[in-house]
Design a protein around this ligand. Structure first.
Ligand SMILES: Cc1ncc(COP(=O)(O)O)c(C=O)c1O
Length: 390
C-alpha cells in the first residue's frame, strides 16, 4: 500500500477478544481489563499481547504509532503529548552523564535549552555550532568523543537546509548517533537517510488543524524499546482522543502538504519581487542557498517562508498587524496561515556571533503558509507591505 493510501486506510489494530477496554473506541479508556488475574500477569511479563493502562499503551496510540512508522520508514515509534516531550524523551533515552552532544544555534529554542541547561545539570556537555559549519562539525567530532549530533532540517525560523548525507556520514564515521527534528520537513521526507532517531511535533503538519498537540520519536526498534520504559515512568503520555484527532488529520496530510508547499512557493516568489523585502529564505526559490540540497532531499520545499523587511523591527510589527488573513501566532503547519513578527523571535541567550549564525535579523518575519486561496494570501501580503513603511 502506498503512503497516500496508507494514511486514508491506517493499519488495523485488533484488541484481543478477552481484553476489553472499559470505555468503547475511540479507545478513550485508561484501563483495560482481563477477567483472569493470570492473564494480566502474563501481559506484564511480556508473554502475551494486550493493554493494561494507557500510560503504558493504548490501541489508539498504537495505531498512530504504526502509521507514523510507515510514513517515516522505521520500525518503531513512541508518541507523546507534545513535540517537546518527544524531544525530551529521546534525549533522556540516548544520553548519560559524561556524554557530549553537538547541536546547532538554529535548533528550536526548547531543544537548545534542554541540551544546554537541563541536561547540563545531569552531566551532559555540548558544543553549539552553526548548521552551515560542517567543517566545524568534523573538527569537533574528531577532537571530542561525541554520543549524539542533534539537528533540524529545514531549520526554524530561517529555513536553512541541513546536508543530511554529510552530517549522518560524519556522525557515523566518528561513532556518534544522529537525532533529526524532522517537523518542518513533514513525516514522509528524509526516511532514506542514515538518521538514527527522528522526532516530530505532531502539533504541526500531522494534526494539521491547530486543535491538538502531540509528538513522536521514530527510530529502529531497539532504540525506541529503550526509551519506552523511561516514558512510562516519566509520563509524557498522549491522550487517546488527541491521537484519534491526529489520525483523522493524517487522512488529509498529503493533500494539505501539497497545497501548503505550492502556496508557500507562490508567496516566496511574490515576496522576492517586492522592494520592501531585503531577502527571502525559502528553499523552493532557485537562488536560495538550500535549494539544490532541498530538491535532492525532499519531495517539496515546505510551508515555512522567512524574509527580512528592509525597515527592520518596527516595520515588521506594523506589517504583521496589518495582515488580515495571517494571524500573529506561534506554531506552523496548520490549515490557516500564520505570521511571527521580528519582535517575537529575536535570538536570546546567545553571544552576538552565535545569534548571527541563526540568520534571524531585526527585520526577520516568519510565515507559515496555509491552504487558503493563494491569490488571497498574496493580496493580503501586498496590502500589508504597502502599509508597513519598510
Ligand atoms: C521544529 C520544532 N520542533 C519541536 C517543536 C515543539 O513542538 P510542540 O509545540 O508540539 O511541543 C516545535 C514547535 O514549534 C518546532 O517548531
Amino acid at each position: 500500500m502506498k503512503p497516500r493510501t496508507r494514511v486514508v486506510h491506517p493499519p488495523e489494530v485488533r484488541v484481543p477478544p478477552d481484553n476489553r477496554p472499559l470505555v468503547a473506541p475511540v479507545y478513550q479508556s485508561v484501563k483495560f481489563s482481563f477477567d483472569d488475574v493470570g492473564e494480566t500477569r502474563r501481559l506484564w511479563a511480556g508473554q502475551r499481547e494486550g493493554y493494561y493502562y494507557s500510560r503504558v499503551s493504548n490501541p489508539t496510540l498504537r495505531q498512530l504509532e504504526e502509521t507514523l512508522c510507515e510514513l517515516q520508514g522505521r520500525d518503531a515509534c513512541l508518541v507523546t503529548g507534545s513535540g517537546v516531550a518527544a524531544i525530551a524523551v529521546a534525549l533522556l533515552g540516548l544520553l548519560r552523564a559524561g556524554d557530549h552532544v553537538v547541536y546547532f544555534a538554529e535548533l528550536y529554542g526548547p531543544t537548545r535549552a534542554l541540551l544546554a541547561k537541563l541536561l547540563g545539570r545531569y552531566g551532559v556537555s555540548g558544543t553549539m555550532l552553526s548548521i552551515d559549519d560542517l567543517e566545524g562539525l568534523e573538527r569537533v567530532l574528531r577532537s571530542t568523543p561525541t554520543r549524539l549530533v542533534a539537528f533540524e532540517s529545514p531549520t526554524n525560523p530561517v529555513v536553512k537546509v541541513a546536508d543530511l548525507g554529510r552530517i549522518t556520514a560524519l556522525a557515523r564515521a566518528h561513532g556518534a548517533l544522529t537525532l533529526l527534528d524532522n517537523t518542518l520537513a513533514g513525516l514522509h521526507n528524509h526516511g532514506g537517510y542514515d538518521v538514527d532517531e527522528f522526532v516530530h511535533s505532531l502539533t504541526k503538519f500531522a494534526s494539521g488543524h491547530g486543535d491538538v498537540m502531540g509528538g513522536a520519536v521514530i527510530a529502529r526498534r531497539e532504540l525506541v524499546d529503550g526509551m519506552r520504559e523511561d516514558a512510562v515512568n516519566l509520563g509524557p503520555t498522549l491522550d487517546p482522543h488527541a491521537a484519534f484527532l491526529i489520525l483523522r488529520g493524517l487522512r488529509t496530510y498529503f493533500l494539505r502538504w501539497d497545497v501548503q508547499c505550492a502556496n508557500a512557493l507562490r508567496v516566496a516568489g511574490f515576496l522576492a519581487s517586492r522592494p520592501e523585502v531585503a531577502r527571502v529564505r525559502y528553499p523552493g526559490l532557485p537562488g536560495d542557498p538550500g535549494h539544490a540540497l532541498a530538491a535532492s532531499q525532499m519531495d517539496a520545499f515546505g510551508a515555512v517562508v522567512a524574509f527580512d523587511l528592509a525597515g527592520g523591527l518596527e516595520s515588521g510589527t506594523r506589517f504583521a498587524e496589518a495582515l488580515e488573513l495571517f494571524s500573529i501566532a506561534a506554531s506552523l503547519g496548520s490549515t490557516e496561515s500564520l505570521v511571527v513578527p521580528p519582535a517575537m523571535q529575536q535570538p536570546r541567550g546567545m553571544s552576538a556571533e552565535q545569534a548571527a549564525w541563526t540568520g534571524v535579523g531585526p527585520g526577520t518575519v516568519r510565515l507559515s503558509v496555509g491552504i487558503e486561496d493563494a491569490d488571497d494570501l498574496v493580496d493580503d501580503l501586498r496590502q500589508a507591505l504597502e502599509r508597513c513603511g519598510a
